[in-house]
Design a binder for this molecule. Structure first.
Ligand SMILES: Cc1cc2nc3c(=O)[nH]c(=O)nc-3n(C[C@H](O)[C@H](O)[C@H](O)COP(=O)(O)O)c2cc1C
Length: 193
């Protein structure tokens, strides 16, 4: 596994788990034990949410048949690498509660996704989120009601050697960086940065 310290630098003493999570594309075909996989969803569902509404939902594809259905709506540039991932999970958020719109549905589901990704790393697993797929086709083939927003798709599995990837993806197969921390922080009022 790539040592993230080589390519990621931090100023403040933040927990290692934040530095160690990244989104590789080289997935081994090795199956994920069900109990390990479930720890990811366990972590996800402990995320905070407005009114504890828990709007996150996960459609999990593990069998060849289920993954083939998912492959039918994933764009070619993503399918090229995520075909070998043993688990694909479509993340949805429920947009209404008792018929009323829940404005925080995406915010809360984003928190659940972050928990899932961090827990995956703790289990020696990798995750790669995607929005490069046909949302309308996913809704159609998986019979997803309008009340649920499709947020993202995530590939889950074990990391493989980068040499297994198509040549053009091999050079991108390393943890990336972030903008300077101060770019994101405003002091007491809105500041254009
Ligand atoms: C909502 C979302 C959609 C993304 N869509 C894609 C995608 O379609 N294909 C892809 O290769 N990576 C995709 N990514 C991965 C991002 O490029 C990646 O998370 C970002 O560069 C930060 O890198 P890191 O996750 O390795 O820290 C997506 C990430 C997020 C959060």
């Amino acid at each position: 596994m790539i040592e993230t310290k080589q390519t990621r630098e931090r100023i403040y003493d933040t927990d290692e788990m934040f530095m160690n999570r990244w989104s590789p594309r080289s997935f081994s075909k090795k199956q994920v034990p069900q109990a390990d996989l479930m720890t990811l969803f366990e972590a996800a569902h402990w995320a905070p949410s407005a009114f504890n509404f828990q709007p996150w939902r996960f459609i999990v594809a593990q069998t060849a048949e289920e993954r083939n259905v998912f492959h039918s709506f994933i764009k070619v540039f993503n399918l090229a690498w995520c075909k070998s991932a043993p688990v694909l999970t479509l993340i949805l958020s429920k947009t209404t509660n008792d018929g009323k719109f829940v404005p925080t549905h995406s915010f809360d589901t984003g928190a659940a996704w972050a928990n899932l990704a961090l827990q995956a790393n703790k289990k020696g697993l990798i995750t790669h989120p995607m929005t490069g797929f046909n949302f309308d086709k996913a809704r159609e083939v998986l019979h997803i009601p309008d009340e649920y927003k499709i947020e993202a798709l995530v590939a889950i599995g074990y990391q493989d050697d980068k040499e297994k990837l198509p040549a053009q993806l091999q050079e991108r197969e390393q943890p990336n960086g972030r903008h300077q921390l101060e770019t994101f922080i405003m002091n007491g009022k809105f500041e254009e940065k």
